[in-house]
Design a protein around this ligand. Structure first.
Ligand code: GLN
Length: 200
């Protein structure tokens, strides 16, 4: 990847501005994406958290399903967080939404129930090297179930996968853009091993 990677953030709805700020913190150039043409020349892409039904309607209206799929198929890294993770899943349960089917997992929307709107938790011991102690912010979060054989679970909370990878595709059920810890964004840029420990 070039020295200042150009990373797109899908900017239909949700907390894309927070992702743009997090990307700048890891030295990337952040570009907001609302049209297929804006995917040209990007090195990586983020699908942010928000409301997956709303984002999917925008994706349909803007004709983005095929361009986003081809972007992922080109091998460039894609990270979906929370609603973005739902949109990447092959299967969506609990109010299905048309997804991009980029990851062999089942996303269960609002899996922690309506009683638990949001919470912060530390990843279980045994997370992938470099991700130990990661603090995760969950907001009406989904769960990712039934990961297929090609899916690597990089981190879990209470036994449930919260960060997964299938080749160039990453999905987090939490919001890495809402903490100061740069490790998930760095991972997307292929710098995961050098990102160092989380700042306190
Ligand atoms: N519950 C939301 C959905 O199903 C996702 C929440 C989020 O992105 N913080 O779309």
């Amino acid at each position: 990847m070039r020295s200042q990677p150009r990373v797109g953030v899908l900017a239909i709805q949700g907390d894309f501005e927070a992702h743009a700020r997090a990307l700048r913190r890891v030295g990337a150039e952040a570009l907001l994406v609302r049209r297929a043409k804006e995917l040209d020349g990007l090195d990586a892409l983020i699908l942010p958290g928000g409301e997956s039904t709303t984002i999917s309607k925008g994706m349909q209206r803007l004709g983005l399903y095929e361009p986003l799929r081809s972007f992922a198929e080109s091998g460039r890294p894609v990270l979906g967080t929370c609603a973005g993770a739902i949109l990447m899943a092959a299967r969506v349960e609990n109010h299905g939404v048309p997804s991009l089917a980029l990851l062999d997992v089942t996303a269960v929307r609002n899996a922690y129930g309506t009683q638990v709107d949001s919470f912060v938790a530390t990843v279980d011991p045994g997370a992938a090297p470099g991700l130990e102690g990661l603090r995760c912010v969950f907001i009406r979060a989904p769960q990712l179930r039934d990961p297929g054989p090609a899916v690597e679970v990089l981190a879990r909370v209470d036994g449930a996968p919260v960060l997964v990878r299938q080749g160039n595709r990453f999905a987090a059920t939490f919001h890495p853009e809402l903490t100061e810890d740069p490790r998930v964004h760095a991972l997307l840029l292929g710098e995961g091993d050098t990102a160092g420990p989380a700042p306190r």
